[in-house]
Design a protein around this ligand. Structure first.
Ligand code: G3H
Ligand code: 13P
Ligand code: ZN
Length: 330
């Protein structure tokens, strides 16, 4: 069942964070659905209520352009039929104004992100407001961003600029956005920190004090870049140096301070890269796309189930279902 991100945030707020995972292809989609239902092995496995989690599927502009954006919708609609227990939002990741309008008009996305954070405050507000007005007309919710992450956001090269709480208050009030991506020290990709570094919980604490009550915040650049996967890639011929990410034990403290959505793309890519490299290293005579695809779907499903445990969303699906039912009858 497709719901909006804010439907999920209402249940999660202050208790756990919902995982927002990017997809580009069929194997990622199947692994993602299986992992979120706690079924690592086969479609037919029963749903594991202790692991089953609500989740967000993220589609970036890069993903839409990889083949034809219609394949993504077809895959996700099919996954919805194959996995009828799943409760998830379909979210446009890092949209421009035009991509947001395209997603809003498509009738498929339940949530869009307008990323105008590289513009000055007034322009960011004006652009976001236009997207919010168009989205709300169709019952779609909008994530906006204020402040800039380090690293590269699609084609926007950002230098770290943490979100300023006073600007956040003005931004949320004037733009009408439904959730806010805040810059609290993370960056996109596999190379986030040099040495040990923590999230800026001080900034999060200030934001929590000044934003409207129970206003959902979003954390981009949240992959943990596990050493285990980096080492597996490098042992199988990769060359990833000094890759480090957000410590998984910081997800729940951030969630308790209002971070409802935690964006993870890089970690999924690492799992993909390790499994594909290892498979063809160990079976050099093989050239069947299904040979790495099968273990990847399984490994990815297991990885997602693990991530959801770290986010606190694992096991929440039955209760989310009940609360959505209750909200529909009131
Ligand atoms: O934040 C960016 C996401 O990781 C998407 O990356 O544009 O390469 O699909 P992508
Ligand atoms: P990572 O690169 O840390 O996975 O972040 C993904 C992201 O923020 C997608 O919007
Ligand atoms: Zn992002």
């Amino acid at each position: 069942m497709i719901v909006t991100t804010n439907d999920l945030f209402r249940h999660a707020y202050g208790k756990y964070a919902v995982g927002a995972y990017n997809i580009n292809n069929l194997e990622q989609t199947v692994g993602l659905f299986r992992g979120n239902l706690g079924k690592a092995a086969k479609n037919e496995d029963p749903v594991n209520p202790d692991l089953a989690a609500p989740f967000i599927i993220q589609i970036s502009r890069g993903s839409r352009g990889y083949t034809d954006k219609r394949f993504l919708e077809a895959m996700i609609r099919t996954a919805e039929e194959v996995f009828p227990d799943a409760i998830f939002a379909v979210h446009l990741d890092h949209g421009t104004e035009d991509t947001c309008y395209d997603a809003i008009e498509s009738g498929f996305y339940s949530s869009v992100m307008i990323d105008a954070s590289h513009h000055p405050l007034a322009e960011n507000i004006a652009i976001t407001r236009r997207v919010v007005d168009r989205a709300h007309d169709k019952g779609i919710v909008v994530e906006a961003e204020l402040g800039q992450l380090g690293g590269v956001e699609e084609d926007v090269v950002g230098s770290v600029c943490l979100t300023k709480p006073d600007e956040a208050v003005e931004f949320v009030a004037k733009s009408g956005c439904d959730s806010l991506a805040v810059a609290i020290g993370t960056s996109h990709g596999a190379y986030k920190f040099k040495g040990k570094q923590s999230l800026h919980f001080d900034v999060l604490e200030q934001l929590l004090k000044v934003l409207p009550k129970r206003f959902p915040m979003v954390m981009h650049g949240s992959s943990s870049v596990p050493r285990e996967w980096v080492e597996r890639i490098n042992k199988a011929g990769g060359k990833l140096k000094d890759a480090t990410g957000v410590s998984e034990d910081q997800y729940l403290p951030a969630a308790k301070m209002g971070v409802c959505k935690v964006n993870i793309d890089t970690d999924g890519r690492l799992v993909w890269c390790a499994i594909y490299r290892e498979t063809f290293r160990d079976k050099p005579e093989d050239f069947d796309p299904r040979t790495p695809g099968k273990p990847f779907m399984q490994a990815y499903a297991e990885y997602i189930a693990h991530k959801n445990q770290m986010l606190g969303s694992a096991g929440q699906l039955p209760s989310v279902r009940e609360s959505l039912k209750a909200a529909a009858t009131t």
